[in-house]
Design a protein around this ligand. Structure first.
Ligand code: AN7
Length: 390
C-alpha cells in the first residue's frame, strides 16, 4: 500500500479509503506516502506525457482515470528570477482540475452516486466538468450572487444541479459537510478531501522539474488547500531525493477575507474567522477556511510569509499582468500584489527566485474586466479613417 491516512490533529492513522475524508475526531486527514516508491526519477517522469499523471507513482492508484490532460501548464518568465505558473491553462481554466482528475477518478471507482461541492466558482466548474466526463451527476452549492459569470456558466454548461445559498461560501460548505458521505452516496470534492489535494501537489513537481526549486512560491489563499498541497509536493521531492532544498511558501489574502494571513502575522494558534468576508476577488471570498491547520503548518514549516492586500492592489496587479499578456482572474492577481509588497518590505531579497501561482483564467470573471474605450464606425470607409487616426 502506497499510503496511510494520518489525522493532522490527533495523529490517528487509517487505511487509505476514498470515503475516509475526516478523522473521527473531526480533524483533517493527510495521505502519507509510507515509503519511497521504487524506480522514481526525473528521467522516468520526463519520459512520459506532461501533466498530473506523469507522477503516477506519487499519486493514489485509481481503477480508471478520469482525465482531460490537466496539468503541464506554462511557466512564464516575467523577468529575471520571476515566473508565473499559469494554471488558467488547465481544461476548465483553474488549478482545481489537478485535484479533480484524482478525486473524481476515486469517486467513480468507489461507487459514488453523485459528487458534491460548495464553491466560490472554480471548484464547481471543475467538479461539473469532471463529473460529466466520468458519467456521474454533480451537485454544486454556490453563494448566491457571488460567483463570477464564467464559472457559473461552466456549471450550467456541464449539467450540474445547482443550489444557491444565501450567505457566503462558508455557509454552503457547512451544508456539504453535513450531507456528504458513504450513506448518502454523495462524494465530497472540496479541499477538505485529502485525495483531491494529492493531485494539486503536482504543481510543485512541475515547477521543480522545469527550473528547480525556487526560493519562494507565492499564491492566493482561500479555503487554504492549495498552499498545503504545493508544500506537501515539495516536501516529497526532498524526502525522495528528487530535490535538495525546499522553497518558502507565501500566502496572500484580500483585506476583507484574511483570517489566515492575520493569524500568521500575529502569531495566533488559531485564526479568528471572518463572518462577512468581502473582496472583489470572489474566488477567495472565504471567512472560515477549513484547511487552516494545514496552511498554518505549511507557513510555519517553510519559514513562510503572508501578505494582506487591498482590492485596489489586486485591480492594479490584474491589469499589469494583463498588459504583460497574462490574463488571470482577480484572485490570481493577488499573487503579484503580494510579491510587490514582499519586495518593498525587503522580505524577498535580491537574486531570490520566485514563482507566482496564477490560479485561474481571466475569462472566468468577465465582469471584472474594465469597459472598453471604443471608437465606432458605420462602414469600412469610416473604419479605415478611424484606424489611420489611432
Ligand atoms: C482562482 O472554487 O474555494 O486556498 O470553491 O478559485 O486552495 O482554497 C476557490 C479557490 C485561489 C484559493 N485562486 O485556493 C472554490 C474555491 C482561485 C480560486 C483559490 C481559489 P484554496
Amino acid at each position: 500500500m502506497l499510503y496511510k491516512l494520518r489525522c493532522v490533529k490527533c495523529g490517528r492513522e487509517y487505511e487509505p479509503d476514498p470515503w475516509r475524508i475526516r478523522c473521527d475526531c473531526g480533524g483533517l486527514l493527510e495521505p502519507v506516502i509510507v515509503r519511497k516508491p521504487t524506480g522514481i526519477s526525473w528521467t522516468l517522469f520526463r519520459s512520459r506525457k506532461l501533466g498530473v499523471w506523469r507522477y503516477e507513482e506519487l499519486l493514489p492508484k485509481v481503477k480508471g482515470r478520469v482525465t482531460m490532460g490537466e496539468g503541464g501548464t506554462p511557466l512564464i518568465k516575467l523577468k529575471e528570477n520571476l515566473w508565473v505558473k499559469f494554471e488558467g491553462a488547465n481544461p476548465t481554466g483553474s488549478f482545481k482540475d489537478r485535484g479533480m482528475t484524482v478525486a473524481v477518478s476515486l469517486a467513480k471507482g468507489s461507487g459514488a452516486k453523485s459528487v458534491i461541492c460548495a464553491s466560490t466558482g472554480n471548484t464547481s466548474a471543475s467538479v461539473s466538468a469532471y463529473a460529466a466526463r466520468a458519467g456521474i451527476s454533480s451537485i454544486v452549492l454556490l453563494p448566491r450572487g457571488k460567483v463570477a459569470r464564467g464559472k457559473l456558466a461552466q456549471a450550467i454548461l456541464h449539467g450540474a444541479k445547482i443550489v444557491e445559498v444565501d450567505g457566503s461560501f462558508d455557509e454552503a460548505l457547512k451544508a456539504v459537510m453535513r450531507v456528504a458521505g458513504k450513506e448518502s452516496g454523495l462524494y465530497p470534492l472540496n479541499s477538505f478531501n485529502p485525495w483531491r489535494l494529492e493531485g494539486q501537489k503536482t504543481i510543485a513537481f512541475e515547477i521543480a522539474d522545469e527550473i528547480g526549486v525556487p526560493d519562494w512560491v507565492i499564491l492566493p489563499i482561500g479555503n487554504a488547500g492549495n498552499i498545503s498541497a504545493i508544500w506537501k509536493g515539495f516536501k516529497e521531492l526532498k524526502r525522495f531525493g528528487l530535490a535538495d532544498k525546499l522553497p518558502r511558501m507565501a500566502g496572500v489574502q484580500a483585506e476583507g477575507a484574511a483570517p489566515i494571513a492575520r493569524a500568521f502575522r500575529e502569531g495566533l494558534k488559531e485564526p479568528e474567522f471572518v463572518d462577512n468576508p468581502e473582496t472583489v476577488a470572489t474566488a477567495i471570498r472565504i471567512g472560515r477556511p477549513v484547511n487552516w491547520p494545514k496552511a498554518l503548518a505549511a507557513l510555519k514549516e517553510s519559514d513562510g510569509w503572508t501578505e494582506v492586500v487591498s482590492d485596489e492592489e489586486i485591480v492594479r496587479a490584474h491589469r499589469d499582468l494583463a498588459r504583460a499578456g497574462i490574463g488571470v482572474e482577480p484572485a490570481s492577481a493577488a499573487s503579484l500584489a503580494g510579491y510587490r509588497r514582499m519586495v518593498r518590505e525587503g522580505i524577498i531579497k535580491e537574486g531570490e527566485r520566485v514563482v507566482l501561482i496564477a490560479t485561474g483564467h481571466a475569462l472566468k470573471d468577465p465582469d471584472f474586466i474594465p469597459e472598453p474605450e471604443v471608437v465606432r464606425a458605420k462602414d469600412a470607409d469610416e473604419a479605415v479613417r478611424l484606424v489611420m487616426s489611432l
